[in-house]
Design a protein around this ligand. Sequence first.
Ligand code: M6R
Length: 370
Amino acid sequence: DKGEFRHYMLKEIYEQPDAVARTIEMAVDSDAPSKLRDDFLQRHEALLKGIKQVQVIACGTSYHAGLVAKYWFESLTRVPCSVEVASEFRYRNPVVVDNTLVICISQSGETADTLSALRDIQKHTPAGLVSLALCNVPTSSLVRETDIFLPTLAGPEIGVASTKAFTTQLAALMLLVLKVGAVQARMTDEKLSTLLEKLQALRGQLHASLHLDAPIKVMSEHFEYKKSCLFLGRGLQFPIALEGALKLKEISYIHAEGYAAGELKHGPLALVDKDMPIVVLAPKDSMFDKLKANMQEVHARHGELFVFASEESKMVAEDRMHVVYVPEVCETLAPIVYSIPVQLLSYHVAVMRGTDVDQPRNLAKSVTVE
Ligand code: M6R
């Protein structure tokens, strides 16, 4: 039931504060917010203790969640992490070394490529292999075929475009990173408790970012007749740029590409002209100054910038530059909050263009064939 909402997608966007908070509560009690619950993945502690690297396998939006997890695993725990789309991984005879944690991320748990990639690895059984399903459907094939099940508590997702599944995947991945960091003693108690406390703030920050709906709707009017669009981000925001581009092309049928902003001058800058909208994810983080320089490169070539920034960044709208301020959030968790504006933008553009938002042409919710 869509309730008061015009589309399932919009309803699901609005469900994110609760869905993310529910997912976090699996691992943290609100009355003891600075430590992981004893029972969180407790049965699997011995397995998680033994892993030496992580391989993430997934498709589409779930793959983008994996890309964020790579930044988190490597920067917070120093456990090496590779991420690959399942349809490539399964056909290239990959090397999976001993003591690998294979994380399969899938909303449905029935994606054919992800399942096949998992089965191929299991056939070769490297020593110390641990498989984990990060999945929204407890009864799915993926959950049945893996050692560990880490649920996302998003509730059923009806819209083909993934929204709350994505942000709950990110929340659960952060919990997993913290658990691995804790059992392998790769993270100080202080670091762990700071991040856990910041996770508690997410519900409020996600709520606040839903208030951006109105200004983003105004922004979306500039996209109605566009043919092509770039999304830029750096660091933890690069996967969100990819996700923003995927959302826009999937439901509005406008061609869009996500780019690591540092790659601009290695090719895509040639595309930039006054007709090219460029969406930039610009929190005031450690990459902000570099990103600003990238934005100047675009601006100098008359590209029109649509910037999601923090107020702290002091970015102000000017000619050919539109700014929407996103609520303050720490750098590590910013990808979760910055997902909301890109979802809202693609939603409003699609509605304006009159597409079938919940059921875009040529796509299925669950891709059970290769
Ligand atoms: O069910 P899964 O998470 O395995 O699905 C993977 C992709 O098909 C899915 O994320 C797809 O990219 C979404 N429709 C994007 O919004």
